[in-house]
Write a new protein. Structure first.
Length: 201
């Protein structure tokens, strides 16, 4: 039976990206606790050629995908390892004007009425969103934190792969959050919309 609805957000992970010039690899994923919300925006362009009083040719181009990730709080190791903070000699954190921050993979899990899905975004960078604090009143209203993440994808074979989705029963489902393995170029080369035998983009 096909899934009808999606819900939930949990198990957020990040994994540092390493580019040696000869190969691209990702380090062991690190958990990001306190997942609240993830909002996805796809940046794309559509070019339409009109002829014979109709849309004669349509070309779609995706350039990046943006993930607005809201969490209860951003852990110190994530601030240091992924958002350009520096730990001082006395243990405090220093926010810097670092213009180049590490690239990484972003992963999380959602549920459906049938099967769980694990999602991974490749070649991401992140910045913190604006913050706002207010005084405590009669009830406690927690302040959350947001990271604005941009995925530009990995060039693999004939495609730029932005994300990979595994669901319960897929061969890589159980290990999805323990290792990050890029799809093999052989899986993508030569594929077309007329023969979409894989579903990783």
């Amino acid at each position: 039976m096909a899934e009808k609805v999606k819900f939930g957000l949990s198990n957020v992970y990040v994994a540092l990206r390493k580019d040696t010039g000869d190969a691209i690899t990702y380090e062991k994923p690190v958990a990001v606790p306190g997942a609240i919300n993830a909002s996805i925006t796809r940046n794309s362009d559509q070019n339409i050629l009109y002829a014979d009083n109709k849309a004669y040719f349509v070309a779609n181009k995706k350039s990046s995908q943006e993930i607005e990730l809201e969490v209860a709080d951003i852990a110190r190791d994530i601030l240091i390892g992924y958002l350009g903070y520096i730990k001082s000699s006395n243990g405090s954190l220093l926010e810097t004007d670092a213009t180049v921050t590490p690239h990484f993979a972003l992963m999380f899990q959602i549920e459906t009425d049938e099967k769980s899905r694990k999602i991974r975004y490749y070649n991401c960078t992140a910045v913190e969103a604006d913050e706002e604090y207010s005084t405590s009143e009669e009830t406690i209203d927690p302040t959350t934190s947001t990271m604005n993440v941009t995925s530009t994808g990995e060039t693999i074979g004939d495609y730029n792969v932005f994300r990979e989705i595994a669901q319960t029963g897929d061969k890589n489902y159980d290990d999805f959050f323990t290792t990050v393995a890029l799809p093999a170029a052989a899986e993508l080369n030569g594929l077309s919309m007329d023969n979409p035998t894989k579903a990783v983009i």
